[in-house]
Design a protein around this ligand. Structure first.
Ligand SMILES: [Ca+2]
Ligand SMILES: [Ca+2]
Length: 167
């Protein structure tokens, strides 16, 4: 009973902290805060580079979103329009995609890269826009909410996620 109350208290406290972190600065802006699957999400109204997006999330006690199930991907799809940064990158080692919490795609067991029939599918590390290739991932509503690797220097909206420790 006491344990349960403590957990509930911690969860409510974390939720308040999450909402306060974002609303303090962005009241009246076109941003979205959502509560799903026991986690909290912030859908930005501003567009930033991947690393600036991540820094922003971290400054609010969150991180860029990690997508660890098909149902989570579908929830995000229902909330977005155009491209949003997600916490997936191969900045450290080309072709080795990892989430910001260091989980690999093998560990999470789900991936939603855009597939092409007769050409190379995503991620393709295309160098047409950036000599460094493409090392950061977006989820995009066009192309059936698939993931694309793109230049980390592009400016996109982004999704922050707060994991809740006590559920
Ligand atoms: Ca790459
Ligand atoms: Ca690409």
């Amino acid at each position: 009973m006491v344990r349960e109350l403590t957990d509930n208290y911690t969860r409510v406290k974390e939720e308040l902290f999450f909402y306060k972190a974002f609303t303090a600065q962005f009241l009246n802006r076109d941003m979205k805060l959502r509560d799903w699957g026991g986690k909290f999400y912030y859908f930005s109204s501003e567009k930033l580079t991947w690393s600036s997006s991540r820094a922003f999330c971290v400054s609010k006690g969150t991180d860029l979103v990690t997508i660890t199930s098909q149902s989570e991907q579908m929830f995000l799809n229902s909330e977005i329009k155009d491209q949003y940064w997600i916490g997936l990158n191969d900045l450290q080692t080309e072709g080795n995609w990892v989430w910001v919490n260091n989980q690999t795609l093998t560990e999470t067991g789900v991936q939603f890269w855009f597939q092409r029939v007769s050409e190379k599918s995503e991620p393709d590390n295309w160098r047409g826009n950036d000599a460094n290739g493409e090392n950061c991932a977006v989820v995009t509503s066009s192309n059936n909410y698939s993931w694309f690797d793109v230049s980390c220097n592009f400016m996109y909206n982004f999704i922050c996620e707060k994991k809740v420790l006590h559920q």
